[in-house]
Write a protein that binds this ligand. Structure first.
Ligand code: UDP
Length: 238
């Protein structure tokens, strides 16, 4: 497929917290709703997805409570694989073809992470879900989303947020005077210490000219809108 006829390719980052609907584990109602929104867009845009694991474990939290950080981070990564499988299931129920690729080898459950193969899947209209983060402790799935987007040649990282609809001048849950921004640069985000996405992800995108759109999953339909290129939420650029 030549460049001219190629469809737009995006990387969607979904937080694990959303998958749990605020609780530990996977909430099938929530995941099936997200899956239907993704399936809605699949014939118009090439989609790769990185899913977080905050609904199971966060390595940093477990290590604060006495666990070895590396081991706790691997538990976090395994949580993202469970989320990937849940999303795969509901995507297929919604009629989308999918593949899961894992950064930690577990060949019965998922393909290994092979970027060229992932690109081929997308060209064939399959949604590719990247599980197990980067396979590296001390990384977050935000950073993995940025890295995967770069490696597979996506034009944009779409960061779907739970409970907030974009980037604010301060944390809107804490500061009532916080206002939403339509656009900002990575430099601004880093300088102001805005934590809506982690700083490693921001700097990776900044250094490599990758655009990022941060948007809220509510109201229903927003995930489809973002995938189709609507200008919702906040655009972050270099
Ligand atoms: N994680 C990791 N390396 C990675 C990706 C994830 O160690 O490359 C671990 C880390 O412990 C993290 C957990 O997996 O806390 C879950 O991911 P994350 O916190 O990014 O999920 P989200 O906040 O998006 O739900």
């Amino acid at each position: 497929i030549d460049e001219a006829t190629r469809r737009r390719r995006v990387l969607l980052k979904l937080s694990g917290e959303a998958f749990g609907g605020g609780q530990l584990g996977v909430n099938p109602d929530v995941v099936s709703q997200i899956a239907r929104e993704i399936a809605e867009a699949v014939d118009r845009v090439e989609i790769a997805i990185v899913v977080g694991g905050g609904n199971f474990f966060r390595g940093a939290e477990l290590s604060q409570r006495g666990m070895d950080r590396g081991r706790a981070d691997y538990m976090g990564m395994l949580g993202t694989v469970m989320n990937s499988l849940a999303l795969q299931d509901f995507l297929e129920q919604a009629g989308a073809a999918t593949r899961v690729q894992s950064a930690i080898s577990m060949t019965q459950v998922a393909e290994p992470y092979i970027p060229r193969r992932a690109q081929r899947h997308m060209e064939k209209g399959r949604v590719v879900i990247f599980g197990a983060g980067a396979g590296l402790p001390y990384f977050s799935t935000d950073t993995v989303a940025a890295q995967r987007a770069l490696e597979i040649g996506a034009t944009e990282v779409l960061v779907a947020k739970n409970g907030v609809d974009g980037v604010y001048t301060a944390d809107p849950r804490v500061d009532a005077t916080a206002t939403k921004l339509d656009h900002l640069t990575y430099g601004d985000a880093l300088q102001q210490g805005l934590k809506v996405v982690d700083s490693t992800a921001f700097s990776l995108c900044m250094d490599n000219g990758m655009d990022m759109r941060v948007f809220g999953m509510e109201p229903a339909g927003n995930v489809t809108r973002a995938l189709l290129g609507e200008t919702i939420g906040t655009l972050v650029t270099s």
